[in-house]
Design a protein around this ligand. Structure first.
Ligand SMILES: [Zn+2]
Length: 205
């Protein structure tokens, strides 16, 4: 059975650094069939969360237990951490439950960047549009800031379900932060969601 490239979530890769002193890195690569991810509760973001959990935090995970590696005839434990999660814009959109480059927040990395011609940046001190030429004005999330926003999306979803706020209010809130609600996604996982700040690159120069 053949597949076109559009059948796949963009190939992703990650870089694991195991010795900061010598800056040695190695890379893993994977792809997922979109018709498969669409059938999973929580989609690609949930699949990636489970994969990274096993890779990093599981019983033989790189971060926690280390992986035995034969060196000169003896097993050495290899510890590593994920430093870069690489994909194209659509891959990051799906992985992070982010609304993507066409949303109000066209860069996941920088909370201060609005879509071009959104007419919002001029009304909010500290914000710019994505065509701003001064990269010093692009402000990255801290982990705590991102966690607060993600938890805010979850709280807004609960309020919408309870009828405390309208569906339209919930939609406006999620659009304003550029994120979708996904209780099974990578951003919802407390031990792993720091990766969404530390390992995801900017989507513009
Ligand atoms: Zn950015």
């Amino acid at each position: 059975m053949s597949h076109s490239i559009s059948d796949f979530v963009a190939p992703f890769s990650g870089e694991l650094a195991y010795d900061p002193a010598v800056v040695e890195r190695f890379r893993f690569v994977g792809v997922a069939q979109q018709t498969c991810t669409a059938q999973v509760d929580g989609g690609w973001s949930s699949m990636l969360r489970i994969f990274l959990d096993k890779l990093l935090l599981g019983p033989s995970g790189f971060e926690v237990a280390g992986v035995p590696l034969p060196v000169d005839g003896r097993d050495q434990l290899l510890f590593a951490r994920l430093t870069n999660l690489l994909s194209d814009g659509d891959g990051h959109r799906l992985a992070l439950d982010w609304r993507g480059a066409s949303g109000l927040k066209p860069c996941f990395k920088h909370w201060s960047v609005f879509k071009k011609d959104s007419n919002l940046a001029s009304r909010k001190p500290g914000f710019v549009e994505i065509d701003c030429s001064s990269s010093a004005l692009f402000r990255s999330w801290t982990c705590e800031q991102l966690y607060q926003v993600v938890d805010g999306v979850a709280a807004a979803h609960e309020a919408a379900q309870a009828g405390t706020i309208t569906k339209a209010m919930f939609e406006d809130m999620t659009a304003s932060v550029g994120l979708n609600f996904n209780p099974r996604g990578l951003l919802s996982d407390t031990p792993l969601r720091y990766l969404c700040v530390t390992a995801v690159p900017s989507s513009h120069p």
